[in-house]
Design a protein around this ligand. Structure first.
Ligand code: PLP
Ligand code: COI
Length: 357
């Protein structure tokens, strides 16, 4: 499907002034969006770039009642030579297809997903900030629109892409966050929706996140749903730790989102001379390792979070500091390694950047 970008030069002055300022995550929306519709007769059709506006949605739209909604998050970066690239847009497109399959929604062809993101990024080229830690965050989203109250897959859908100019996900930037280990509630159970990027997983995590925040924590550290023992991920990122110089992350399962940043780190770490392995770890072993000093670093990885050092783990109202609580050297090297690819400062050996303009 061809999706034409719009000439948005009338917004240039506003864009340039805005992106110089504070860019809290997910607040500074750009003036356009891309929409594509689906129905049984035509499939995906009518892709276009339009001014960002309220949606007209019947109050019986099935996404509002039964949660048929999936989304993605990916970033466009301005490189040092001024070109704009999207990072691993194909991986986002493929993951959305898997999310669609789990939620009984019609998968959007990978090429159409990429065309939609490309058209919006090209339209909003003036909104891509250049400073490190800032980017254009794209939010491709799909919702069921058919008005009907029976529980079944809807027969009409809307896909849209929004863009926001954004700085770091955590307002404190690259410094240690505090996570709260959740021993009671679960985010995802075997057989459930855990690997789908669907709003249902996020509402499932919200009460725990609100309680964690009341304890001064930035994120929930989720444990497995069966034994409530093994580390899974945080509310918005996968998790890594450094033990005796080796980098570890839990293997993904049907309860952990297959993070694209996680995958990038697994591939990039060996290139940087960092040994990396997938391994399960229990909360008890994690804490013993932190207290005994064999675990020297922890961080979350995500599109929004990039590499976010975890400085403290709160367990049953006690706080355990990871080493000094400050970002560790491997976290910093990995952040620098990924940033170098985003910014075009080093070779894009894996072909992760797709040039838009
Ligand atoms: N886990 C959860 C629950 C997330 O929301 C995210 C963010 O998208 C991640 C992991 C990391 O995934 P990715 O690196 O693809 O952004
Ligand atoms: C992302 O990192 O893209 C996310 O989706 C995390 C969060 C904002 C939900």
């Amino acid at each position: 499907m061809r999706i034409e970008p719009l000439d948005a030069s009338a917004h240039r002055a506003t864009a340039e002034a805005t992106i110089k300022g504070e860019l809290p995550f997910g607040r500074v929306f750009t003036p356009h969006m891309v929409v594509i519709e689906w129905d049984k007769q035509q499939g995906w059709h009518g892709g276009k770039t339009v001014p960002r506006a309220n949606l007209s949605l019947d109050p019986a739209a099935m996404s509002l009642h039964y949660g048929q909604e999936v989304f993605e998050g990916l970033k466009a970066h301005k490189q040092d030579d001024g070109s704009i690239v999207m990072f691993r847009v194909d991986a986002g497109a493929e993951r959305m297809q898997r999310s669609c399959e789990r939620c009984c929604m019609p998968p959007l062809p990978v090429d159409d997903f990429i065309a939609a993101c490309e058209a919006l990024t090209a339209t909003e080229r003036d909104w891509v900030p250049q400073r490190d830690g800032a980017s254009l965050y794209l939010r491709p989203t799909m919702i069921a629109t058919e008005p009907a109250l029976g529980v079944r897959p809807a027969d009409t859908y809307l896909f849209f892409v929004l863009a926001t100019a954004t700085g770091p996900y955590f307002s404190k930037g690259f410094s240690g966050i505090r996570v709260k280990a959740e021993r009671e509630m679960v985010r995802a159970a075997p057989g459930g929706l855990g690997t789908a990027k669907t709003g249902a997983n996020y509402v499932a995590s919200m009460l725990s996140a609100v309680r964690a925040k009341a304890h001064g924590c930035d994120q929930v550290l989720w444990l497995d749903a069966i034994e409530h023992r093994y580390i899974e991920e945080t509310g918005a990122s996968n998790v890594f730790w450094v033990e005796k110089g080796t980098l570890y992350t839990p293997p993904t399962s049907e309860t952990i989102l297959k993070g694209i940043t996680r995958d990038s780190i697994l591939k990039l770490a060996p290139e940087l001379g960092i040994k990396v392995q997938e391994r399960r770890i229990s909360l008890d072993d994690l804490l013993a390792g932190i207290r005994g000093g064999s675990i020297s670093e922890m961080f979350g990885s995500g599109t929004a979070a990039v590499v976010s050092p975890i400085g403290e783990v709160m367990v049953d109202e006690r706080i355990v500091k990871v080493a000094t609580g400050e970002p560790g050297p491997l976290s910093k090297r990995l952040l620098d390694g990924i940033t170098a690819i985003h910014r075009g400062r080093g070779p894009d050996k894996f072909g992760w950047c797709r040039k838009v303009v």
